[in-house]
Design a protein around this ligand. Sequence first.
Ligand code: ZN
Length: 180
Amino acid sequence: MAQNLERIMQVLGVHPDGMCDDCLSRISPVTPRQTVYAICSAQSRTGAISRDKRECPQDGCHKTKLVNALPAHRSGPTSAPDPGGTLKEQTDVLSNYLHEMTQTLRRVDNVAPFREPFAACVTRLRRAELLPKKIAAMMLTINAMRVEVVKDRIVLGTDEWLAVQAIWTVLERWKRSLSN
Ligand SMILES: [Zn+2]
């Protein structure tokens, strides 16, 4: 799944005009098309991909559909910056991140004490050298941003949200390296 995401982002990176799900599935290649749909709609909720209804610019397509593009190349009159999404969208994404990070910690240490707070657990595992320092730091950063959004109800700014996405990419890659 994470590998599919990387492929999709790579293709969109070299096709700034963007493309519909069908073309993206064919060019990346990520199949079935439903996988492209699932990834792109999830990424559009976080603001990492824009999805606007317009003509797909790819040769042999040119159908009017939802066209995926990286937000920097978003075009048209509806290009108002909307990178991070609403408080609710950020809350959903960050709550999901916490859930996934908790699952990962359980894989690192299967005897995690019952109801140990997330930050305490990360710190303990870092001290025990079960978590690399930078991975622990990044997990704590995501959690600190989550607390701002979920508890303090502060919407993260564009750069902060991009930082969250970048950190998450690093954490996903590290998580994948665990299963090797
Ligand atoms: Zn197309």
